[in-house]
Design a protein around this ligand. Sequence first.
Ligand SMILES: Nc1ncnc2c1ncn2[C@@H]1O[C@H](COP(=O)(O)OP(=O)(O)O)[C@@H](O)[C@H]1O
Ligand SMILES: [Mg+2]
Length: 252
Amino acid sequence: MNKGITICISSAKGGVGKTITTLNLAGLYEILDKKVLIIDFDLASGGICASLNRNPRKSIYNLVDDYNNNRYKEFNDYVTKYDDKIDILASPKDPRQASKINPKYVELILDKAVFNYDIVLIDTSHELNDFNIFTMDLVDKIVFVMTNDPLDLKNMRSLMSILKDVNYNNYKVILNESIYPFRKYFSLYDIKNIIGNNIDYVISKDFYIKNIDSIIMKGDIITLNPKAASTFSKDYTTFMQLITDIYKEEVK
Ligand SMILES: Nc1ncnc2c1ncn2[C@@H]1O[C@H](COP(=O)(O)OP(=O)(O)O)[C@@H](O)[C@H]1O
Ligand SMILES: [Mg+2]
C-alpha cells in the first residue's frame, strides 16, 4: 500500500467546528472510496468516539503504554471500527492519561498509521503545546478552522504570524460560518486583513444544522447522509474542493 496523506484539523480557539469538520471530511473520503483513519489527538477532551457513538476498547494511551512495555504487536489492535471505510484511534478514556503521553510518540503513531490508510485525519485541541506542534510539523497538510468571533480572529492573527515566521505554508484556512450563523461582525475582506492571511474556503451559514446534537447522539456523519449532497449543495461542493486541492498538492 502507498503512504497515506496526513491532514491535521487545527484552530486558534476551541469550539470552532474542528471535530465536526473532521467527521465531515472522513465521510466525504469514504464516499470517494478511501480508507480513513481518524486520530483523536484532542487527548484530554477528545470527542470523536463519543460523536460517532462508539465505545473504544483501546486508546492512544494503550498504544503508547504497550509500546513502552514491549507489548505492542500491530497498529490494528488499537483502532475502533466505525464502518467498512472509517477507523478511529481514540483519545484516552481517562483525561489524566493525556499528560502521560510524551509528544515524541506523535511520529511513531503517524508512521504506523500512514501505511495502513489512504487518509489519516487528525483532530486536535487548539492549544499550541508540544504535542500539537509536533503534529503540525509532521503532517502533510494543516486545515485551520476559524469563525468570525473577535477572539478567534485575534488568536488567528498571532497564529498566522507565527507560521510566517517559521516559513510554514502547508496549510489551508476554512472560515466556518455555520457556527454562530447570526453573528457576522466582520466581512471577508476585514477577516483577511485582520488575520493577515487568505481565507481558502468558506463554510456558509446554510450549513448550520439545528438538530446537530441528535445527529451526534446517533453517531451519524452528516456528509454520509444520502440527502447531504442536495441539502447542502454549496458547502458540500466546498468540502469536495478542499479534498481535491489537497489531493492535487499531495499526490505528485
Ligand atoms: N454545522 C453546524 N451546525 C450547528 N452546530 C454546529 C455545527 N458545527 C458545529 N456545531 C456545534 O458547535 C460546537 C463546536 O463544534 P466542534 O466541532 O466540537 O468544535 P471544536 O472541535 O473546534 O471544539 C458543537 O457543540 C457543535 O454541536
Ligand atoms: Mg473538538
